[in-house]
Write a new protein. Structure first.
Length: 179
């Protein structure tokens, strides 16, 4: 009974902790994506033109930016036409400001605005695979399951030891009464 109660408590506790930790890992990943796309936006230079759409004049080395995280980076003009992309960049769909899942990729898109007129000049997309995040969360659940099983086994052993110790006086009285 004690081990069963311990199992129930550990299952609820493990479920809550696993869910909250998994959400925190995903939130941290999204925060990294937002930070990366924001950095890219800050490095792009835009030329304001009177009575015309602003033009992207300088952009960072997308391969250098994407390489360390095995990311895909794309820069679009205001009409959604591809201006530049990192080598081997995957299809990320049309630019939609915000964060979304496209296939196995998590994509962060930010608008490029002219500093002078705040007119839309284009978009930057930065994407990374969800594989590492999913793998980390799977390992987290594995550790939680191992903890639940280990805690239940320890509670079972402790329960048996306590029950044995509690029953010794009764067993000795029963044996004495039999004699």
């Amino acid at each position: 009974a004690s081990a069963g109660l311990t199992l129930a408590i550990l299952l609820v506790f493990g479920g809550v902790i696993g869910y909250l930790a998994g959400e925190r890992i995903r939130d941290d990943f999204d925060r990294e994506l937002r930070g990366a796309v924001r950095t890219l936006v800050e490095e792009v230079r835009i030329l304001d033109r009177p009575l015309a759409t602003p033009v992207i004049t300088r952009r960072p080395s997308l391969d250098a930016f994407a390489g360390p995280n095995d990311a895909s980076v794309k820069i679009y003009d205001a009409s959604g036409r591809l201006e530049d992309e990192s080598s081997g960049a995957l299809q990320l769909g049309p630019p939609v400001v915000g964060i979304e899942d496209i296939g196995s990729m998590r994509v962060a898109t930010a608008a490029l605005e002219s500093t002078g007129t705040s007119e839309l000049a284009g978009f930057v997309q930065y994407a990374r695979s969800n594989h590492q995040v999913d793998s980390t969360i799977a390992r987290l659940w594995l550790f939680i399951a191992a903890g639940i099983i280990g805690g239940t086994l320890l509670a079972s052993l402790a329960g048996l030891a306590i029950a044995d110790r509690a029953m010794r006086p009764i067993a000795s009285l029963t044996a004495l009464a039999r004699d």
